[in-house]
Ligand binder design. Sequence first.
Ligand code: OAD
Length: 245
Amino acid sequence: MTAHGLTFSWLMQNKHLVVLSGAGISAESGLSTFRDAGGLWEGHDINEVASIDGWRVNPAMVLKFYNLRRRQLKEVEPNLAHQLIAGLEDSLDVTVITQNVDDLHERSGSTKVIHLHGELRKGRSEVNTDIEIEIGYEDIKLGDKTPDGHQMRPAIVWFGEMVPMIESAASIVSTADILLVIGTSLSVYPAAGLVNYAPEYAKKFIIDPSVPDLYSFKDWKHIQKSAAKGMEELVKEFLKKENYE
Ligand code: OAD
């Protein structure tokens, strides 16, 4: 079994690695995180641009905000952390559950990606949640309609809305042999609660340059590094056969 030319122990074969990722994994690609800038995201109050109330008050501003995010996404590339996670599919059964709305996991080759908070490259009907359209990196404008005749809005799960994928995500986490939390402050629920579904026997890792709440994470191995450096260390850890006997 190999990952980027490295040989994994046979003991690792078919292990289920579940990755819970957040904005920090895309920071080294040039996309801003949410909370590192003191609650402002590129100069905007998150509650004004990422909530259903914000959409009702000022849809033009919300569209403009996500159009800018989409244009920016087109210009950036996946980084080594995304690539190493994708490469682990050579050796492990990998499922990525991301809070990110970017497409950097997919663009680096990950094949099983669940977007808890939606996707920038999709638009949806303002009224019917199940009517979604692939829009690539194009803008959405006021007056753009979905086939049901309603205003198209970004297919983002905003504050104040249900998280449709949360139940399937929880059942995926409950089958993890290895759980990796990378680049998320775990401050937004219900996503943050997913870690509680991991089996007790699962090996648990967190990659984040910040120190997590040690009470919640006392059984976890904390790799206190950026996403790319942390992933390099994790791959080395996986290569130590004795860790998985
Ligand atoms: P946050 O901004 O809350 O957390 C980012 C995490 O990444 C923090 O723990 C940082 O320490 C860490 N970090 C920063 N730079 C890093 C790097 N280079 N490598 C690794 N980690 C790094 O982002 P999320 O937890 O993803 O929701 O935020 C969760 C949700 O809140 C988002 O999905 C979004 C937001 O409001 C919606 O838009 C609905």
